[in-house]
Design a binder for this molecule. Structure first.
Ligand SMILES: [Zn+2]
Length: 861
């Protein structure tokens, strides 16, 4: 046994010999002084006698601790392991007992524990911050019931938690005592409390579950869409899982300052306002889709995560990957016209970029402690994980996959499970060797690029030669050790003289040759049909030319495959496997594209090139080329529908994509002037003819040209707008300022109350991406580092802060950021630091390679 003074260490995990069964806790929250005091009775089972009982607690002052039948305990706090140890004079016997504790604590800085968000006090516990409010067994494996009481609640204050309010009494002084229904067994990270100035929508019922959406009073009118979405998707999730919604009621809370997008607390889901509340009259389609997707993601967690919970944080990825995939699947079913899988493809693109680095990590990582768990919330965990599940579903078929999920749910409900339990259930339901396929993708770092060439065998039959190797976006990167091979479930589609055909290939070696069942000429080959696979394709010259021809809007290549083609070709440029002039030729050939998602992909790449990789001397020539490419398609659409029937979503999105190219990227003077005029007209009298999908680009045009007066006006709107998307649009607009007179104001605003903590890192990202503000913003970050650090005071925000530095494009930036982060390391963001520095190194070299190439291309264009 170690002496009491020595630390248990950061990686200490609570022994499994004392198991919590039920918490009965009372908390009095002092909203005036940002503090609280609590008491709890915890029923525990001891599997063996114990004189020391370990619980998690951080920042709490435990004032009393005892156990039934054993009397009082002394306590020892340990900062590093974030525990409090109850030390009993003689061992507690094996069997059942009840622990009793009393404590006091303070609201946490940063957006975690119990914290203040305007006039609301709210909790955020994942991954490991329940311990900042309750002494508890704060690891996901310790599931127990929670019966919560809030006392001393002032009159008029709304109080919400996981269970419904079942009892409320008022004392002579008007202080209320509110008792919530006990929860089913839950891990501590899923407990939630909110107190303050919140009002709810009209309640709505779906599958007998009362649903309410809560907001600060002024935003009550913005709750309708969230109500509609939750009521629509909840029954669809019940049908998928084959199990009823497990938590009795559903509250969705819009919180004015919130770290993540949302948090799936059982029955009491908290959201960033912009991910929940919207004005349907002014919300762009992208905002509506995002809100529906986030609501569905958190609802999917009520089963996958809350009802069945991971044993330890090393399977956090499974929670997130599953909820990510499920949300797209359910929303696609609810609103097929939205084509939400195209949005997934965009998100998958960022995972493909992150996962092409040497600093990438496997989806399933070894996690030693809660801090490391906090580091894992990146695109590899969410989107690559989701894409791998989608790939497995594609391989097994929808029904067999669903049967496996249902089996897993039934078997582990109200309990814990690992990923291998899921693969086992999927294997059992399908009779397929899923463990090998899944683990190959989950446990290996990176992903393959598949080289594809068309040939013929001895008998003249068409063949495909395939070769796989790990893909790196840094041309200088090499695998260390034996080359990784993936078992790749490929679906190949091609056209021969008889028509379009599909062929399945399970490809696990370094190379293979596949004989196609083709008749006559093979007109094109798509080696990642439906873009369902998590790999990149590298076609030989002849195949790429054929695919380019088939990739016209009326050709055989589907829009999602055209997006993947652009995305793959661009990353091959980064990797040094293709030239940027070939890429620009491809973009030129595809400029007549009509699908808005493919257009966004094309224009997004051009925008990136324009902002990072074009020499200053070439900028206006590059902008002219972009303008020329898209003005012919933009002209017939104009700025608004020309009367008659209402326009289809795709038409409106196409117009927005094309105008973005002309206004934001090409900066065509006439288009910019028109955008600015329309923005100002809309601001002066909202509710006019401006399509909400054009708001981002028109406000950007107005913001770039802002003088002091306009800056003041936008700053005011960034605090007073009720609709969260409008509010964010005006806030980010400030960071897009380009006029010398207001640039310093835009940078300085980052440190003021104008930019709330939740928006701080995204505001910095916009500043650092803006040529006019980036150097001054970077100087501010260095000069006022301790304030900057304090304004991003949580692992997730620090991660975003480091990532925002990746927007700085030049080599001198890289040198400065490297030196700065070496002198000011952030232990909670080690992974983000190495990812960001690698990205900056690759991009700095890329920039030097691309600038002369683009210059030469422009001379021919
Ligand atoms: Zn999630």
């Amino acid at each position: 046994m170690s002496p009491p003074s020595s630390s248990l260490g950061k990686n200490f995990r609570l022994p499994r010999t004392v198991l919590p069964r039920a918490y009965r806790a009372e908390l009095a929250v002092d909203l005036e002084h940002d503090g609280f005091e609590g008491t709890v009775a915890i029923d525990v089972s001891l599997t063996e006698p114990a004189a020391r009982v370990y619980l998690h607690a951080v920042g709490l002052t435990v004032t009393a601790a005892k156990a039934d039948g054993a009397g009082s305990a002394t306590t020892e706090s340990d900062a590093e392991s974030e525990t409090v140890t109850l030390v009993f004079p003689s061992p507690l016997p094996a069997g059942e007992t009840t622990l009793h504790l009393a404590w006091t604590g303070r609201f946490s800085p940063g957006l975690r524990g119990l914290y203040r968000a305007g006039r609301i006090a709210v909790t955020q516990f994942e991954a490991a911050d329940a311990r900042r409010v309750f002494p508890c067994f704060d690891e996901p494996a310790f599931k127990a019931t929670w019966a919560l009481v809030l006392r001393d609640v002032p009159p008029g204050v709304t109080a919400l938690s996981n269970g419904a309010v079942i009892d409320e009494t008022v004392d002579a002084a008007g202080k209320r005592r509110i008792r919530f229904a006990p929860t089913p067994v839950l891990s501590s990270y899923l407990i939630a409390l909110a107190l303050g100035d919140l009002v709810s929508s009209e309640p709505r019922t779906a599958s007998n579950i009362p649903i309410r959406t809560w907001a600060v009073p002024a935003k009550r009118a913005l709750t309708t869409f969230a109500q509609e979405a939750a009521a629509a998707v909840l029954p669809k999730l019940e049908a998928y899982f084959g199990l009823p919604y497990p938590f009795g009621k559903l509250d969705q809370l819009g919180i004015p300052d919130f770290e993540a997008g949302a948090m799936e607390n059982a029955g009491c889901i908290t959201f960033r306002e912009v991910a929940l509340l919207l004005d349907p009259a002014t919300a762009p389609l992208a905002v509506q889709k995002r809100v529906a997707e986030v609501i569905t993601h958190e609802l999917a967690h009520q089963w996958f995560g809350n009802l069945v919970t991971m044993v330890w944080w090393d399977d956090l990825w499974l929670n997130e990957a599953f909820a990510t995939w499920m949300a797209f699947k359910i929303v696609a079913d609810w609103r097929p016209e939205w084509r939400i899988w195209m949005d997934f493809e965009v998100a998958k693109g960022s995972a493909l970029v992150l996962d092409a680095m040497q600093s990438a990590h496997p989806i399933r990582a070894e996690i030693q402690n809660a801090e490391e768990a906090g580091e894992s919330f990146d695109a590899i965990t969410y989107e690559k994980g989701g894409a791998v599940l989608r790939m497995i579903e594609g391989y097994l078929g929808e029904e067999r996959f669903r049967e496996g999920i249902r089996l897993y749910m039934r078997r582990h409900r109200e309990s814990n499970a690992t990923a291998d339990d899921l693969w086992g259930a999927l294997g059992e339901a399908s009779g397929e060797p899923i463990v090998e396929l899944a683990n190959g993708w989950i446990r290996r770092t990176g992903y393959p690029v598949v080289s594809v060439a068309l040939g013929a065998d001895g008998a003249g039959k068409a063949t495909l030669s395939l070769r796989q190797q790990r893909f790196f976006s840094d041309p200088a990167a090499k695998e260390t050790g034996a080359p990784t091979r993936w078992l790749i479930p490929m679906v190949v589609r091609y056209r021969d003289d008889e028509g379009v055909k599909e062929q399945r290939v399970l490809f696990g070696d370094e190379t293979t040759t596949v004989t196609l069942s083709a008749k006559g000429t093979v007109h094109f080959v798509e080696a990642n049909a439906g873009a369902a696979g998590f790999y990149r394709c590298r076609y030989d010259g002849a195949l790429l030319a054929k695919l380019g021809q088939a990739a016209s809007p009326d050709g055989d290549v589907a829009p999602i495959e055209r997006m993947a083609l652009v995305s793959d070709q661009w990353d091959l440029v980064r990797a040094g496997a293709e030239t940027v002039s070939a890429f620009l030729d491809l973009v030129k050939a595809m400029a007549g594209e009509s699908d808005p998602f493919v257009l966004d992909e094309l224009i997004g790449r051009l925008s990136l090139l324009e902002s990072r990789h074009v020499a200053d001397a070439d900028r206006s020539a590059f902008q002219k080329v972009v303008g020329k490419l898209f003005s012919a398609s933009a002209a017939p659409l104009g700025w608004q529908a020309s009367g008659g029937a209402p326009e289809a979503d795709d038409t409106r999105l196409r117009r927005a994509a094309l105008l973005r190219a002309l206004v934001v990227v090409a900066r065509e003077p006439a288009a910019v002037a028109e955008a600015e005029a329309r923005a100002l007209k809309h601001i002066a009298s909202p509710g006019g003819t401006l399509d909400p999908n054009l708001l981002d680009l028109t406000i950007t045009a107005a913001a770039r040209a802002a003088d002091d007066a306009r800056f003041d006006d936008f700053a005011r709107r960034a605090t007073t707008e009720l609709d969260p998307a409008s509010k964010r649009r005006f806030l980010h607009a400030l960071a897009r300022a380009e006029a010398p007179a207001v640039v310093s104001r835009a940078v300085a605003a980052a440190m003021t109350e104008l930019v709330p903590m939740q928006d701080f890192t995204s505001y910095l990202s916009v500043l650092l991406s803006n040529r006019a503000t980036r150097d001054e913003a970077w100087r501010l970050i260095r000069d006022r580092w301790s304030e900057v650090h304090a304004k991003a005071d949580s692992p997730m925000l620090l991660r975003r802060l480091i990532e925002s530095l990746g927007a700085l494009p030049e080599r001198h930036h890289l040198t400065e950021v490297e030196a700065f982060l070496a002198a000011h390391p952030i232990p909670a963001a080690k992974q983000a630091t190495s990812q960001t520095l690698e990205r900056m190194r690759t991009d700095a070299v890329l920039r030097e390679r691309l600038m002369p190439e683009i210059s030469a291309w422009l001379k021919k264009a």
